[in-house]
Design a protein around this ligand. Structure first.
Ligand code: OOG
Ligand code: NI
Length: 464
């Protein structure tokens, strides 16, 4: 088949993201309510902030706002992770970043599958935070072997999905009919199953070891556990959730409210307790319940350089040394105040963030006539000062380990924080995955560098 007959990976990802959103709305109606609230708040922000409206529209980012979401799944085996990588690749999603959550008491390590280049992100930025269970962190050897046994019996992909992945890999893409079938087949992997793979007894033993282990091992597949729309004002959404009968977690994770948003702020609503049935004696199903699925919202800000990230990490640690947010919300206002006070050390205007080398920016020509008056290779700072060149913050497209741990924790039952022996295992994760993950800092630095090169090409009369 010719390349032009293939559906683009971006189009497959868009279709998949829409199908997943529709499925999750049916499975978890509160997610639909949250989507409605986020759309209302985003519309209001864009009406009130004409500068933001203009920048988003000029950087071709306006369209993606309402389409934007991420989800999360938790896998049980290296083979599942390796196959999942191949599935996501068909949709133009590649592993970026490595997150070791064992340090925060959650027995997984993770990456985010996401579109990487600018055009793909603009088309549809859907991403999936994908965790692999660390069975090696289960200290009870018998339980570990039982878990391995259960996981080795399941097949989370439909035969149709596997065939279509192989076909896409061999041919270099999928035609229209295959792409449609692929979306439907892959959706099955993310579906909720209310019949567990294990007995009540095993479920409880897994649950006692860690709730997350029970969530991964007990079910037929890695049900999508949340979908997260992007909002332009997370404080407004957090405040308005109760009015729409949604119960948010105590505090927003990440940096405080700022004029110039940095990295990522996130908050979620509590997971639902859902009826499930466990395998009983003589083929009987035994009723029980499981808590796993929730909803989340996020607000994204500028991607930080290693220097900016180090300052962010330091200020977050300083805050948490003063006090940690209590899961029941009892010290929420003190925490928010401490966070705001500590972060006053982080500049809150784009010019300082840029000049101090804390954030990544994309440069573009503001005034072509003015630019033409300069000699090629004129320093970018001179061009900015003259008003020939402008800069826009590059949006952070990734995740934050401390925030992710906070999101996990709020949905695992609040007292489930546990200590594990910390062991960064990126190398083993990448062996399981089958490829290296992309380093997010190098990636943002490249986007910045290429934007400068494009300006310089324009100066020398060559279009990039
Ligand atoms: C993933 C939690 C991490 C985020 O937004 O930081 C995450 C999970 O609960 O499986 O999605
Ligand atoms: Ni999330």
């Amino acid at each position: 088949m010719n390349a032009h007959k293939f559906v683009s990976p971006d189009a497959i990802r868009s279709a998949f993201s829409a199908a997943m959103s529709a499925m999750y709305k049916q499975e978890v109606p509160a997610y639909g309510t949250l989507m409605g609230l986020v759309a209302d708040v985003n519309t209001r922000v864009l009406q009130e902030d004409s500068y933001l409206h203009e920048r988003l529209s000029e950087t071709d980012s306006l369209e993606r706002i309402s389409e934007e979401r991420h989800g999360a799944i938790r896998l049980g085996t290296a083979a599942e992770l390796a196959m999942m990588r191949r599935v996501f690749a068909v949709m133009g999603m590649f592993p970026v970043g490595y997150y070791d959550l064992s340090a925060a008491g959650v027995p997984v390590h993770s990456t985010a599958f996401r579109p990487v280049d600018d055009a793909a992100l603009k088309r549809n930025p859907f991403r999936v935070f994908t965790s692999l269970l660390r069975l090696d962190l289960i200290t009870d050897e018998k339980l570990r072997r039982e878990s391995e046994e259960v996981l080795s019996q399941r097949n989370i992909f439909t035969p149709g999905a596997i065939t279509l992945v192989e076909k896409a890999e061999a041919a270099g893409g999928l035609g229209e009919e295959d792409a449609r079938a692929f979306v439907a087949e892959v959706l099955e992997t993310f579906r909720w199953h209310d019949r567990a793979n294990v007995s009540t007894d095993l479920y409880h033993r897994l649950h006692d070891a860690h709730r997350l282990i029970a969530d991964v091992v007990s079910f037929k597949g890695p049900h999508i556990n949340h979908l997260t729309p992007r909002t332009l004002d997370i404080d407004a959404v957090q405040a308005q959730m109760p009015e729409r009968d949604i119960n948010p977690k105590a505090v927003v994770e990440g940096p405080p409210t700022r004029k110039c948003p940095i990295l990522l702020r996130q908050t979620s609503f509590k997971a639902l307790e859902e009826e499930v049935s466990f395998i009983g004696e003589d083929g009987q199903w035994v009723p029980g319940s499981h808590t796993a699925r929730f909803g989340e919202i996020e607000q994204r800000g500028v991607a930080l350089t290693p220097k900016g990230r180090a300052l962010y990490d330091k200020l977050l640690n300083d805050t948490r040394a003063i006090l940690r947010p209590a899961p029941d919300g009892s010290n929420a206002s003190q925490y928010v105040k401490a966070l705001g006070d500590t972060f006053s050390a982080f500049p809150d205007n784009w010019a300082d963030i840029r000049v101090q080398g804390l954030g990544y920016f994309a440069y573009s020509v503001k005034n072509a006539t003015m630019l033409a008056a300069f000699k090629p290779n004129t320093n970018i700072e001179t061009l900015i000062e003259a008003g020939a060149v402008q800069f826009d913050p590059i949006t952070y497209e990734d995740f934050l380990p401390v925030s992710a741990a906070g999101i996990f924790q709020s949905n695992l039952g609040d007292n489930d924080a546990q200590d594990f022996v910390e062991s960064p295992n990126q190398k083993r994760f990448e062996e399981n995955l089958g490829v290296r993950v992309l380093n997010e800092f190098e990636h943002y630095a490249r986007i910045e560098r290429e934007s400068i090169e494009a300006v310089q090409f324009r100066m020398s009369g060559l279009e990039a």
